[in-house]
Design a protein around this ligand. Structure first.
Ligand SMILES: [Ca+2]
Ligand SMILES: [Ca+2]
Length: 353
């Protein structure tokens, strides 16, 4: 059944392009991170265990390309999954990632993640693994997928990030910056002791060699996480298990390519289009009230931001925001439009990157 023949014109809004720019940001990962932008390694966290440091990052963006954020975050874990294994009080450490960038990108539940290391496993705990029986503990090492940080890596099937409060994730033990010494004060992941080299400043314990190793750390890499991110709208992310998910790969993308297509509500049932993060719907019948229900990859978008404006042809335009593809994979959109009190099934649109 079709209602009045109403032609809706969907125009994907051209992304605002202002040329190349430098994006800055702050990343806090408990304990160690590697940050990639558009497939390029931008920054490694110079402090690998404690203190819990936030790090300023800076990188170029050409102003036109899609943006692909990729962060590896490693919570220290020995081969048993425990930390402080030589101190008589082994414990499971918890991880955390929070980050914000000057382009408005922040950590949100829309980020995707892959748990690369998890443990101790439930099976090994059932077999007797605990803090007093570390020999029985096993961790599951999944490896980092090849090219996981690359722009065209398909991470759509990865799991959604879990949000934690600051209380749950913790800001950790903040660093202090000491002129002449660097980033203080580092401790041992084996026994909690303060490292001795350089008074425990700008130094890491190397689990591979068992040695203390000097690190090159700048003041902008030795920031107190709470001081620089405590008021941010960014949220703490981790896997579903705050303690046992030990190494996590995070991905988030902002797709900027734009396309346009038309919808004829009288007979269209499906069409192909391409990706966007904004959709404009022009309703050529003035009395109609266009609105859309949108489902992305099977998940209803609860409150698509619909903003009605007037276009150059004096038609009504409903601009739909809030469509923020989190993947370079095809997006399967199901659109249902309502006009003059009647619903029109528009069909499915595959937004192909
Ligand atoms: Ca660190
Ligand atoms: Ca852990």
């Amino acid at each position: 059944m079709h209602g009045p023949t109403t032609v809706f014109l969907l125009v994907l809004v051209l992304a605002h392009v202002s040329g190349a720019e430098t994006i800055t940001g702050i990343i806090y990962c408990d304990n160690y991170f590697e940050f990639y932008f558009n497939g390029e390694l931008i920054q490694k966290d110079p402090m690998t265990f404690t203190p819990h440091n936030a790090v300023e990052v800076s990188f170029g963006w050409d102003g036109v390309s899609d943006k692909h954020y990729a962060i590896l975050c490693q919570d220290y874990a020995s081969e048993s999954g425990y930390e402080y294994i030589d101190g008589g009080r082994p414990q499971l450490g918890d991880g955390a990632l929070i980050a914000e960038f000057s382009d408005g990108t922040v950590t949100t539940p829309e980020w995707k993640l892959f748990v690369a290391n998890h443990g101790p496993t439930e099976e090994s705990e059932q077999a007797g693994c605990d803090g007093n029986n570390l020999d029985l503990c096993e961790v599951q090492e999944n490896g980092n997928p090849v090219n996981w940080a690359a722009e065209d890596f398909d991470y759509y099937q990865w799991e959604d990030a879990t949000v934690y409060s600051a209380n749950e994730a913790g800001w950790g033990r903040a660093p202090t910056w000491e002129e002449g010494l660097g980033c203080c004060t580092a401790t041992s992941p084996l026994d909690r002791s303060t490292l001795t080299l350089n008074n425990g400043c700008s130094v890491n314990y190397d689990p591979e060699t068992g040695q203390e190793v000097m690190a090159t750390v700048s003041e902008s890499e030795c920031l107190s996480p709470r001081d620089v991110l405590g008021d941010s709208v960014a949220v703490f992310l981790w896997g579903s298990d705050l303690e046992k998910d030990n190494r996590i790969l995070f991905r988030y993308s902002i797709l900027l390519d734009t396309y346009s297509f038309e919808l004829d509500f009288g007979n269209s049932t499906s069409m192909n289009a391409t990706n966007t993060s904004n959709v404009e719907m022009t309703n050529e019948e003035e009395e109609s009230t266009p609105s859309l229900d949108i489902t992305i990859n099977g998940e209803p978008q609860e409150e698509p931001e619909v903003e009605k404006t007037v276009d150059s042809n004096d038609g009504e335009v409903a601009k739909l925001g809030g469509l923020n593809p989190a993947s370079s994979s095809p997006l399967h959109l199901r659109l249902q439009a309502f006009a003059v009190g009647a619903a029109f099934m528009v069909g499915s649109i595959v937004l192909q990157h």
